[in-house]
Design a protein around this ligand. Structure first.
Ligand code: SF4
Length: 201
């Protein structure tokens, strides 16, 4: 059983290839100042709980769209990796052709990542800023675990091509120079795909 803050069908070109259904989990270890999904922190934000089999059955309504467009499911939140067990059970039950995308901050214990690794087709990693002081000011957490997990992922052959790192310009927290610096360091680590954008507050 996993608690959700929402399921959104028929997303196109926002969460990976093809038509996707976004499944957003409740709960997140970070406390980002401009969090767009604040309901993931409040018990009142849970709209429903669901089992892996129920989710497979519910998503199957869009099976033809997924197969025709190369789409599938995107797990977001909140922090989906807190539900790694649920995700791996879902993946064992789903139609094999459905693609699985993960939108994560990577700021979780390694075993969660190890558990889902065989199932994930594409990763969107929300890095915030690589500077630990900026990261802490913005999220109230440190970024050592996130960086360690990112290095571990990049150490797998061919995985860098399936990772898109999101690099935001965060008003009042970082500057263009900070973001360029993050990009430089991440490129040195082996990141090849970036999504640079600005938070609007
Ligand atoms: S990682 Fe995402 S869900 Fe979690 S606090 Fe930050 S913006 Fe909100």
């Amino acid at each position: 059983m996993a608690p959700l803050i929402g399921i959104v069908r028929h997303r196109l070109a926002t969460d990976g290839q093809g038509v996707t259904t976004l499944v957003a989990f409740h709960g997140c270890p970070l406390r980002c100042k401009y969090c767009l999904n604040k309901q993931c922190h409040s018990p009142k934000g849970i709209v429903r709980t669901i089992t892996p089999q129920e989710l497979v059955d519910e998503l199957a309504i869009d099976n033809l769209y997924f197969l025709a467009t190369g789409g599938g499911v995107c797990f977001g939140g909140g922090e989906p990796l807190l539900y790694s067990e649920f995700i791996s059970k879902f993946c064992a039950l789903k139609v094999p052709e459905w693609k699985v995308t993960l939108e994560t901050s990577l700021n979780v214990a390694r075993h969660h990542l190890e558990r889902v690794l065989p199932h994930i087709d594409q990763y969107y990693i929300d890095i915030k800023d690589i500077n630990p002081v900026i990261y802490h000011d913005y999220t109230e957490c440190d970024n050592l675990q996130m960086l360690d997990n990112l290095r571990w992922l990049l150490g797998h052959d061919g995985l860098a091509d399936r990772i898109i790192v999101r690099l935001p310009l965060i008003p009042e927290y970082n500057t263009l120079q900070d973001r360029d610096h993050s990009k430089e360091l991440l490129a040195e680590m082996g990141v090849v795909h970036f999504d640079e954008f600005e938070y609007t507050i």
